[in-house]
Write a protein that binds this ligand. Structure first.
Ligand SMILES: Nc1nc2c(c(=O)[nH]1)N[C@H]1C(S)=C(S)[C@@H](COP(=O)(O)OP(=O)(O)OC[C@H]3O[C@@H](n4cnc5c(=O)[nH]c(N)nc54)[C@H](O)[C@@H]3O)O[C@H]1N2
Ligand SMILES: Nc1nc2c(c(=O)[nH]1)N[C@H]1C(S)=C(S)[C@@H](COP(=O)(O)OP(=O)(O)OC[C@H]3O[C@@H](n4cnc5c(=O)[nH]c(N)nc54)[C@H](O)[C@@H]3O)O[C@H]1N2
Ligand code: SF4
Ligand SMILES: [Mo]
Length: 765
């Protein structure tokens, strides 16, 4: 049945053009069929190409909107923190209490003692974090974090190499490649903009060879790849350096490109050839480390270097490891020494791809000029603006930041890394942190579940004076709050969603239904709370649509706001596929790279000045204390991956029965490791280390390499009375550490696995 048939057959059905703005790589069109105020079904984009088609998660959204578990009214904690005993209260009581606690905390301890925790639950411009940020800036500010788990390692590497995060080519341009490597990326599940899988499929149809490098035989590998190369987690920099070794020793590099556009090649060559440390980075050297056979490395190197132009799509997963910056740097450098930057069919794999007309011009164009060394920089922001957080406004830039170059995604003067939040809460100023934190304001984040080391997190949350959360469900984090405020979903309000990765379209989400139960939008909450805090009238008092117009106004590619609102999207016509750094390559005199040298930095001068062996100026393979070769591996011999999967977006959508049917939670374990532990498919297993223990079924499979186990991130933490997590939250096991460049350790934890023996456990009771 088509949309028109519905209209004809049933006049009561209205079709509202709205969308899904969860934090996956997409932002997709949903057409809500609404009857008597209720959504009865969803359709997606059936219009002109490129279609922005929703995935199964978006299409299952009715089960989220109408879930019996939705938070229905404000709640106040009555038991011990985390005991999950709450009483129903009115909005008036709830917001009075939140206002009083905010004012009291500010007066007694100062704004820096208020911790603002922002999550990715809603990716619209208006709802989720934005109104709370505006309100609390007006209130005098808060302590916040730097470091985005998604990509911080990749971002740092991108800044170090190219001086910018705007890299990569448009997906359509993959069809101009002769060879594609998808390294640590699984767009069949994680989307990475709705066109990615389609373009990879078209490339495959065209006969372009596709290789996937990943410890897991992912859906992307299964569907698209000609070859799957399993690699030991966290060792990618070794393989990439060995590829570079082959290319250089076989004279397959692009010397002309290197001479003209790059800086520091000779120093890298010295490292590769072992002149610096007596260890040539040969394929045999890398085989020992990566478990990838030397001849596989040699073949891949030859194919990548000789089938030009070739695209290396280096994902963020391997950068989410303890020394993740090195992998990303090595990948960026490989694209440069083969001359695959700034050309159609190539791919400068830095942080993300950007289509040219979004926001501003690429840094490095004439206008921007060359960046300056940090010591020459004046105060970064001089006048406090509404979007500035007064608490860290005048704070000194934190250590090791490269964002001064031309702008990253985190303010340079926020100083607590996301992984260190719990430590900061527990240790405060006496532990070297910039604040003594007393209360937390949490919005659109399932922080406890999604950040590393849940058991340490619980200690930290228990130590706070007060916690308020804006949520839709009683998540593992909400269970620790003092006041829980029920928030509506994106079906119940207007918003605009900007896609990731610079895709040329916007989604307009028209409100499809009224707010359910007593839920309110984040904006409505802030409007009321702002008044209680004594804040003067401001932007938040405007109507939703007025604010959205203001937000849309600076975006010159939104040509017709009303049409976008009516259609539920606007697709921007791009004449030819965007290719990052085309100007820099075609006209280097006038368009230097925005780095200190004005070139692609194989040797990064900023990193050299930092003089930190963990973020060296050339990309190096580095081990760490939770790696396969660390002493800890004797006790915990398996490497744990905690990657993103198709049936959830992080911890959102965990409680959707249709999606649970698609893939029930289980740990992937190779049959060799399973057999050694007498584990059979479906058996309950314990996965543990010195941070915690989870108990979930085993999925015994050849789709993960031996020595590695995977617990998909996002399952809800659910401890039994002994603290064993029966929900199987990956972060019960992960490490709350980061690399100096900001890379998270989500894929660098060592664990042991054992069969759970029910009878023995019962006998012990
Ligand atoms: N369905 C779905 N889509 C999502 C999300 C979601 O939760 N669900 N989350 C969204 C968000 S916010 C983000 S940041 C992105 C994340 O996107 P990615 O970072 O690309 O996602 P992951 O699946 O964690 O990792 C990609 C691949 O890297 C592999 N990998 C992990 N460690 C290593 C390693 O050391 N070496 C190599 N070679 N490979 C490794 C994993 O096995 C995985 O197949 O996805 C987005 N899309
Ligand atoms: N082990 C491990 N952990 C990871 C990762 C990993 O690879 N491995 N990946 C990390 C990554 S890349 C990311 S981005 C993070 C994501 O972590 P989070 O940002 O915490 O994302 P979610 O778990 O989806 O939690 C978002 C919450 O927002 C709520 N929400 C949805 N819409 C709204 C709204 O409109 N308003 C409000 N107030 N709330 C709303 C949802 O109900 C949900 O509970 O997880 C990280 N955690
Ligand atoms: S979950 Fe992501 S890919 Fe799926 S419909 Fe929503 S925005 Fe689109
Ligand atoms: Mo992310």
């Amino acid at each position: 049945m088509t949309e028109n048939d519905v209209k004809k057959s049933d006049d009561d059905v209205k079709i509202i053009n709205t969308g899904c703005c969860h934090d996956c790589g997409g932002r997709c069109v949903l057409k809500a069929h609404v009857k008597n105020g209720k959504i009865i079904r969803f359709e997606t984009d059936n219009a002109e190409d490129p279609q922005i088609r929703a995935c199964m998660r978006g299409r299952a959204y009715r089960q989220r909107v109408y879930s019996k578990d939705r938070l229905k009214y404000p709640l106040r904690r009555i038991g011990e923190r985390g005991e999950v005993k709450f009483e129903r209260i009115s909005w008036e009581e709830a917001l009075e209490e939140v206002a009083a606690r905010l004012i009291e905390t500010k007066e007694k301890y100062g704004n820096q003692s208020i911790l603002l925790v922002l999550g990715s639950g809603n990716q619209g411009m208006l709802h989720g974090p934005p109104p709370v940020v505006i309100m609390l800036n007006q209130f005098g500010g808060y302590t916040r974090f730097w470091g985005v788990p998604s990509f911080e390692g990749a971002l740092f590497a991108s800044m170090a190499t190219y001086g910018t995060i705007k890299t990569g080519n448009a997906r359509e341009d993959l069809l101009n490649s002769k060879f594609i490597i998808i390294w640590g990326m699984n767009p069949a599940n994680t989307i990475q903009d709705p066109g990615t899988s389609l373009m990879i499929a078209k490339a495959r149809e065209k006969g372009i060879k596709i290789v996937v490098v990943d410890p897991i035989y992912t859906d992307t590998a299964a569907v698209f790849a000609d070859q799957w190369i399993p690699i030991r987690p966290g060792t990618d920099a070794a393989m990439l350096n060995a590829i570079a070794h082959v290319i250089i020793t076989e004279n397959l590099h692009d010397q002309e490109f290197i001479d003209k556009y790059t800086f520091g090649f000779d120093k890298y060559k010295e490292y590769l050839l072992g002149i610096e440390d007596d260890t040539p980075k040969t394929p045999e050297w890398a085989e020992e480390i990566t478990k990838v056979p030397a001849n596989t490395i040699v073949n891949l190197a030859r194919e990548y270097a000789t089938n030009k132009p070739s695209a290396l799509l280096a994902g963020w997963g391997p950068a989410r490891t303890a020394r993740g910056e090195q992998y990303s740097r090595a990948a960026n450098v490989l694209t440069a020494i083969t001359g695959n930057v700034g050309v159609n069919g190539g791919y400068a794999c830095g942080f993300m791809r950007a289509y040219s007309s979004r926001e501003t011009i690429l840094p490095g164009k004439k206008k921007g000029g060359k960046p300056q060394r940090p010591e020459k920089q004046k105060q970064i922001t001089k006048k406090l603006r509404p979007q500035d957080n007064p608490v860290d406004f005048n704070a000194p830039p934190r250590e090791n930041t490269l964002y001064k170059l031309s702008g990253g995604t985190n303010p340079v003067n926020t100083r607590i890394h996301t992984t260190k939040f719990y430590d900061a809460i527990l240790k405060g100023c006496s532990g070297g942190y910039p604040a003594d934190i007393k209360m937390a304001y949490i919005v659109a984040a399932d922080f406890l579940n999604q950040q590393a080391n849940v058991n340490y997190g619980i200690k930290a949350l228990k130590s706070l004076d007060f916690i308020v959360i804006h949520e839709q469900f009683m998540t593992p984090t909400a269970k620790f709050a003092d006041i829980v405020l029920p928030i509506n979903t994106f079906m119940e309000r207007d918003d605009i969603a900007v896609p990731w990765l610079g895709s040329p379209y916007y989604i307009y989400l028209n409100k499809a239904i009224d707010s359910l139960y007593e839920s309110k939008s984040d904006l409505e909450v802030c409007r009321i709370l702002g008044k209680k805090l004594g804040l003067g009238p401001g932007m938040l008092d405007l109507d939703e649509k007025q604010i959205l117009r203001i937000f849309a106004q600076p975006r010159k590619d939104i040509k017709n706001f009303n049409k976008m609102k009516r259609d539920g999207y606007t697709k921007i016509k791009v004449e030819e596929p965007f290719v990052a750094f085309k100007e820099q390559i075609n006209d280097p005199e006038n368009y230097p790279f925005p780095t200190l040298s004005g070139k692609i930095e194989i040797y990064c001068e900023h990193l050299a000045e930092m003089n930190n062996p963990l973020i060296p100026p050339i990309p190096k393979y580095l081990s760490h204390d939770e790696h396969y070769d660390s002493p800890k591996a004797k006790e915990y011999p398996l490497q744990l991956l905690t990657v993103h999967n198709k049936r959830r977006t992080h911890s959102s959508l965990q409680n959707i029965p249709w999606l649970e049917e698609v893939e029930a939670h289980a740990a992937l374990i190779n049959s060799i490791d399973a057999k050694a532990r007498s584990i059979e498919n479906g058996d309950l297993i314990d996965i543990f280390n010195d941070r915690g223990r989870i108990r979930i079924p085993a999925r015994v499979t050849e789709r993960i390499m031996p020595g590695v186990t995977c617990v998909y991130q996002g399952a809800w933490y659910n401890p039994d009375k002994n603290g064993i997590d029966l929900g199987g939250c990956a972060n019960t096991l992960t490490k709350d550490e980061h690399s100096p460049g900001g890379a998270f350790s989500h894929n660098s934890a060592l664990v042991q696995v054992e069969l759970f023996k029910k009878q023995e456990a019962e006998a012990l009771k």
